[in-house]
Design a protein around this ligand. Structure first.
Ligand SMILES: Nc1nc2c(ncn2[C@@H]2O[C@H](COP(=O)(O)OP(=O)(O)OP(=O)(O)O)[C@@H](O)[C@H]2O)c(=O)[nH]1
Length: 407
C-alpha cells in the first residue's frame, strides 16, 4: 500500500508545450550552421589543397559521402535518444494508470465492505450528499442514488429532530477549528424504524476551494441498547423496575440541592407494606413478588412525572415529591394510601389479595435540611404510622428523635 501510494503521488512534470518546439528549432539551427560552415569552409580548404580538377572532383564526392554519413549518424543518435525517452515516458504513464486502477479497486472494495456508510456532502442545512457508499442501503433503507443530491430525501430529514441542532453545532465548530468532528444521534430509516448512529468526519477543501464534509457513519444501536441495559441495571430495581436505593439517594440529593438553591419545598414519603410477611407466608414468595410489582406500578401511575419512586429495600419504598409543601404532601400520601387499600392484586391463580401501606411524610425544610435528616424524619414518621395501627399516614414532627428500626 505504501509503495503504491508513493507511485501515485510522484510529482507529475508540468506540461511545457513550448519546450519541444524550442528544442527542434535549436537542433535545426545547429544543423544549418554546421552544414553551411562545412560547405563553405571545406570547399575552400579542399580547393586549396587539391588544385588538380580531377582530384578535386573525387575529393568533393568523398566529402559529400562524409557529410551524409556524419549527419546520418547524428540523426540516428538524436532519434534513438528521443524514441527511448518516449518509450520511458509511456511506460511511466502506464505504471501510473495501473497503480491508479489498483487503488480505485481497493477503495471500492473498502467502501462496499465498510460496516457503515462513507459519504461526501455539502455543509448545508440538508447535508446534501455528493457521494455515499453502498452501505447507505443497509444503514438508511435508501439506495445511494436516492440520497445523493436529495433525490428522494435529504440526509438531514432522517436525523432525529432533537439531535439536528447538536449535530449542526458540533460540525460547524469542528470545521471552524479545523479538527475532525464526532457525533452520536438517532436516525429514522426508510421503514420508520429508529437506529442510533455514530458519525466521524472532517471538513476538506474541494477542487474549487469550497468546503465539503467527508466521513463515515456507523450503526451503533446494539451498543446503545447495551448501554441502556447497563444503565438500567445500575439504577433500577431488578424486580419492580423502579429506582434502586443508590439511584434514589442520588436523585434525592440532587432534588434537595435544587430545593435549597431555589428555596422551594420538597416532600419525601417513606412507605412500608403492612404485614407483608403474612402475604409471603400465606400465598408464597412468588405472590409476594407479584404484589410488590403490582403496588409499585400503581404508585408510579399515581404520582406526577416529575416525582420519583424508588425501592429502598424489602417492602420499603420512597417517593420524592419536588415542589410539594406539608399540606399537599399529606394529601398525596393519603390519596396513595387509599388507592393501595382499594387495589386488588390478582395472583396467577386468579385469586385476589389486598394490601395496605403505612406512610411517613417529611418535608424540606420543615422536618430536615439534609438527606440524612429528611430520611430519618420520614422513616420515624412511618414507624409511628405502624404504631398507630398501620394503613395510615403520619407527618414527621420537627426535631423528633430517630428510632432504630421499622417495618
Ligand atoms: N416476596 C418478597 N418478599 C420480600 C422481599 N423483600 C422482603 N420481603 C419480605 O418482606 C417481609 C418483611 O417482613 P417484616 O419486616 O417482618 O414486616 P411485615 O411483615 O411487613 O410487618 P410490618 O412491617 O410490621 O407491618 C419479610 O418476610 C421478607 O422476607 C421480596 O423481594 N420479595
Amino acid at each position: 500500500m505504501g509503495s503504491e501510494r508513493s507511485e501515485i503521488t510522484q510529482p507529475i512534470q508540468p506540461n511545457d508545450s513550448g519546450r519541444p518546439l524550442r528544442r527542434a528549432l535549436w537542433v535545426t539551427l545547429v544543423y544549418l550552421g554546421v552544414g553551411l560552415a562545412w560547405i563553405t569552409f571545406s570547399d575552400q580548404v579542399v580547393e586549396r589543397w587539391f588544385p588538380d580538377p580531377r582530384q578535386l572532383s573525387l575529393v568533393q564526392t568523398w566529402k559529400g559521402f562524409l557529410f551524409v554519413a556524419v549527419t546520418g549518424v547524428v540523426l540516428f543518435l538524436v532519434m534513438w535518444r528521443q524514441l527511448n525517452n518516449d518509450r520511458n515516458s509511456l511506460s511511466f504513464q502506464e505504471d501510473q494508470r495501473r497503480a491508479l486502477r489498483r487503488r480505485e479497486r481497493q477503495l471500492s472494495v473498502l467502501m462496499n465492505n465498510l460496516p457503515g456508510m462513507a459519504y461526501r456532502c455539502l455543509p448545508d442545512e440538508d447535508w446534501t450528499m455528493l457521494f455515499v457508499s453502498a452501505g447507505c442501503s443497509d444503514l438508511t433503507g435508501y439506495r445511494p442514488d436516492e440520497l445523493v443530491h436529495n433525490r428522494i430525501t435529504s440526509y438531514a430529514a432522517l436525523i432525529d429532530e432533537g439531535d439536528t441542532g447538536t449535530v449542526a453545532r458540533e460540525v460547524a465548530s469542528a470545521t471552524k477549528q479545523g479538527r475532525p468532528f464526532s457525533v452520536e444521534y438517532a436516525l429514522t430509516r426508510r421503514d420508520g424504524s429508529k437506529i442510533w448512529v455514530w458519525e466521524r468526519g472532517c471538513g476538506v477543501r474541494d477542487d474549487d476551494g469550497s468546503c465539503v464534509l467527508e466521513g463515515i457513519i456507523l450503526d451503533i444501536s446494539d451498543r446503545k441498547k447495551l448501554e441502556c441495559e447497563l444503565e438500567a441495571m445500575a439504577t433500577r430495581d431488578s424486580l419492580t423496575g423502579v429506582l434502586n436505593r443508590r439511584e434514589c439517594s442520588r436523585v434525592l440529593d440532587e432534588e434537595l440541592a435544587r430545593a435549597s438553591r431555589y428555596q422551594r419545598p420538597l416532600a419525601l414519603l417513606w412507605i412500608d407494606f403492612d404485614h407483608f410477611k403474612e402475604i409471603n407466608d400465606t400465598w408464597g414468595h412468588a405472590a409476594g413478588d407479584l404484589a410488590l410489582c403490582s403496588i409499585s406500578r400503581l404508585l408510579e401511575e399515581s404520582v406526577r412525572s416529575v416525582d420519583a419512586l424508588g425501592r429502598f429495600g424489602g417492602e420499603e419504598f420512597v417517593i420524592i415529591l419536588p415542589e410539594m409543601d406539608v399540606r399537599e404532601a399529606g394529601e398525596t400520601a393519603e390519596r396513595l394510601r387509599q388507592r393501595v387499600s382499594d387495589h386488588a392484586v390478582v395472583l396467577e391463580s386468579g385469586q385476589t389479595i389486598h394490601l395496605t401501606i403505612s406512610t411517613g411524610v417529611a418535608v424540606f425544610p420543615d422536618h430536615g435540611e439534609t438527606l440524612d435528616a429528611l430520611c430519618a424524619a420520614a422513616d420515624k414518621a412511618m414507624y409511628w404510622a405502624k404504631k398507630r395501627g398501620r394503613n395510615c399516614v403520619v407527618m414527621a414532627q420537627p426535631g423528633s428523635r430517630v428510632h432504630n428500626g421499622s417495618g
